[in-house]
Design a protein around this ligand. Structure first.
Ligand code: AP5
Length: 208
């Protein structure tokens, strides 16, 4: 099965995608993580990506589409994959339709107020795992439970970038809800519940 996680910033796309990826043993593909890895290289491409992401803007569609097309050519996706953060525009969704079939789109919904609240207490790890100091803190202060690395605050989690990211979500990404509803593959999930409850709900709904 090929899945997409859709939803506003901090709705828990990454959190739930990692859990589902472990259960199904299929790769978790996050465009945000791919871009952050590219930024670490510090080359021209990395600098360009950084300028978009830190300001809270989307990376242009042509660059994002090429990135995902390259990733979906790899062998590990043969038994399915989980896309987290792609597509984010109608252009990207139409591009994806041309290269691969998607079986289910899991749309996790939270309010903007909750998104801002969660982002202010998020801590991230380079391995992809995220924590929340209020709801799911790491066992050891500022250290990742999974890989032992030091946690950090994402550079695009500053309030001015978060405001732009949420506005962009409503303008460019929210229309994808109707796009996938029309295709009859949309699953809607209430994201303002505990992580384990949401995970069980997702497992139940994708099994139907
Ligand atoms: P990306 O990394 O994808 O960021 P995002 O979409 O803004 O999503 P987040 O990572 O903020 O949230 P999430 O929904 O994954 O939530 P999480 O599980 O972390 O993209 C970053 C940037 O890259 C974009 O802004 C853009 O510039 C660029 N980009 C990426 N994809 C692109 C594309 N397709 N096109 C163009 N540009 C693109 O959880 C958030 C917090 O809440 C954590 O602290 C977590 O522990 C906590 N939490 C999770 N679930 C719960 C819960 N149920 N209750 C309480 N707390 C919870």
């Amino acid at each position: 099965m090929n899945f997409i996680f859709l939803g506003p910033q901090a709705s828990g796309k990454g959190t739930q995608a990692i859990l589902l990826s472990k259960k199904l043993s299929t790769p978790h593909i996050s465009t945000g993580d791919i871009f952050r890895e590219a930024i670490k290289k510090g080359d021209e491409l990395g600098k360009t990506l950084q300028s978009y992401i830190e300001a809270g803007n989307l990376v242009p569609d042509d660059l994002t589409n090429k990135t995902i097309e390259k990733r979906l050519r790899e062998n590990d996706i043969k038994n399915g994959f989980i896309l987290d953060g792609f597509p984010r525009t109608i252009d990207q969704a139409e591009f994806l339709d041309k290269i691969i079939q998607i079986n289910k789109v899991i749309d996790i919904q939270i309010s903007d107020k909750e998104a801002v609240h969660r982002i202010s207490s998020r801590r991230s790890c380079a391995c992809g795992k995220t924590y929340n100091l209020l709801y799911n803190p790491p066992k050891k202060e500022n250290i990742c439970d999974l890989c032992g690395a030091e946690l950090f605050v994402r550079s695009d989690d500053k309030p001015e970038s978060v405001k732009i990211r949420l506005e962009t979500y409503h303008q460019k990404t929210k229309p994808l809800v109707d796009y996938y509803k029309e295709k009859n593959i949309l699953i809607t999930i209430d994201g303002e519940r505990p992580i384990e409850t949401i995970y069980e709900d997702i497992i139940n709904k994708i099994s139907k």
